[in-house]
Design a protein around this ligand. Sequence first.
Ligand code: AMP
Length: 405
Amino acid sequence: MKILVVNCGSSSFKYQLIDMDYEKVLCSGLVERIGEKTGSLTHKKDPGTDIERKINEESPFPDHTAGMTRVMALLTDPVLGAIKDLSEISGCGHRTVQGGEEFTQSTLITEDVLEVIHRLSPLAPLHNPPSIQGIRVIMKILPHCPSVAVFDTEFHASMPPKAFMYALPLEFYEKLRVRRYGFHGTSHAYVAAKAAEMLGRKEEEVNVITCHLGNGCSISAVKQGKCIDTSMGLTPLAGVIMGSRCGDIDPAILVYLARQTGMSIEKIDDTLNRRSGLKGICGLNDMRDIHAASGKGDEKARLALEMFCYSIKKYIGAYCAALGKTDALVFTAGIGENDSDVREMVCADMEALGIVLDPRANVTRSGQARVISDGTSAVRVMVIPTNEELAIAKSTVRVLMGLKA
Ligand code: AMP
């Protein structure tokens, strides 16, 4: 069964065509700068293998339909494609950020479902509208192909009220659905399941803390296969410090800033999302640049790095308490998978919590899922490359199989 996975942004989209019989990526790609004078497309056949073929195209894509039409031509191209006919695509999985309380699992898309995703847009104004756009384009171009929405929030739907409620007047929850939703759900779900597999146990038998540390960062406490808490909140701004997002701050700061500086709500929103986090402290938001600057003696970069790791350490401590017993601690995504210094700083002096790294295993580079803790560590520390596309494709297959059953 071949599944197309689409992750659609406002001016770009990513795609993967996956053969689910072998869990093999047949083609992958990225279309960017849609609607601009010159757009760009990168397409790969057999990505990451010895026989990878890659093309880059620079041409205008006036809208998502134009970009997607070109991708369909490439997917069926005799040299660069992997299928003869579009009818070979059995289903399309769409990454959809905000499913609210309405969608606690991946869902076959109908007009009614689209209407609800649209209604949830105020909770994810940057994400839900482009997803809807992508879904509509696919429904038009591949009318035979069922589309499934896979929500970032669905894995966190299992959180109990004591974890998802904010201590605000209850009516804000009742009338406006102000609560913790959490994000990166497909990634947390994927690595938590993989961690259980690596421990040789069932998901229902293990407790895992998952640290998704990339451009956006979030941490989840997963008890017996179910998320019981996560660091992101109503929006992806909350939690640990991120590249340009502030993470948790005293909410009174917003009021103070507005009163002292007269900053508008829009300006404050922009500041917290785009000019804060690591970037706010040292002017850099890519962890590789921060290490380079810190190595050259840049004290602001060092401070940003220390703040970042400390904010993660505190969440791990909190989630060890929430879980009672922790079997595994997982690092994933760009920073989590690649940055041994961050992992070392986060895990330093955590022996009392049963977390002891093996320094050599930690610095050994590999693209494979691996254990990096010492044999004496009660908590198995792991690096597990995330694979959100495969997780979305698997959810899509589950929904399609459910339809057939
Ligand atoms: P992601 O959102 O998962 O694609 O992660 C992107 C982020 O990962 C980048 O902004 C970098 O900060 C970080 N990253 C990627 N590669 C490395 C690396 N080798 N060392 C440290 N950080 C990295």
